[in-house]
Design a protein around this ligand. Structure first.
Ligand code: S3P
Length: 178
């Protein structure tokens, strides 16, 4: 059964690579709009009772992608206005892409892999098992695989370089009002 969905304008779906700032920026956008923020990784952990890392290690990446789609379906079924931080790789699944397209305004936080590599070096990566070993090389490879997908899905594109999370949130809120 198709759940009854709130108007598209009342859902913002933030996409982009790991460390592009989806969670930080998403929380600020949600606060400015008076909406709730949900994070797809946190939803998965709550639904499954396992961490992102445990799912990757025990069941593999494809099982994780299935959980990711289920978590997004759950979040999107909510009828209240939401900002959703969509985990970086969720867009790899065709069904998830379709779901995102139908579910609200998709905003891509665009970043060069070099900048992302600097940012991941400066923070913990507990929920990012893919970045073990060679984070820089992995970010380059994932960027090459995903850039066109992000581009094709995005209603709004925001470059993160040189902007603070507050500035990025302002930019997104303005784009929504336009
Ligand atoms: C992933 C991104 C992570 C997390 C997992 C895989 C990816 O989420 O879901 O480590 O494939 O890009 P964030 O984008 O929130 O870091």
């Amino acid at each position: 059964m198709t759940p009854s969905l709130p108007p598209l304008a009342e859902r913002v779906l933030l996409i982009g690579m790991m460390a592009s700032g989806k969670t930080t920026v998403g929380r600020i956008v949600a606060e400015r709009l008076g909406w709730e923020y949900v994070d797809s990784d946190a939803q998965i952990e709550e639904r499954t009772g396992r961490t992102v890392r445990q799912i990757f290690e025990q069941d593999g990446e494809s099982a994780f992608r299935v959980e990711e789609k289920a978590a997004l379906e759950g979040a999107i079924a909510e009828s209240r206005p939401l900002v959703v931080g969509v985990a970086g790789g969720a867009v790899l699944d065709l069904g998830t892409r379709e779901l995102l397209r139908q579910s609200g305004t998709v905003v891509w936080l665009r970043a060069d892999p070099d900048l992302l590599a600097e940012r991941v070096a400066a923070s913990g990566q507990e929920h990012r098992p893919l970045l073990e070993g060679d984070p820089e090389g992995t970010l380059q490879r994932l960027d090459a695989e995903r850039r066109t997908i992000y581009e094709e899905l995005a209603d709004v594109v925001v470059d993160i370089a040189g902007r603070t999370p507050d500035e990025l949130a302002d930019h997104i809120v303005q784009a929504l009002a336009a």
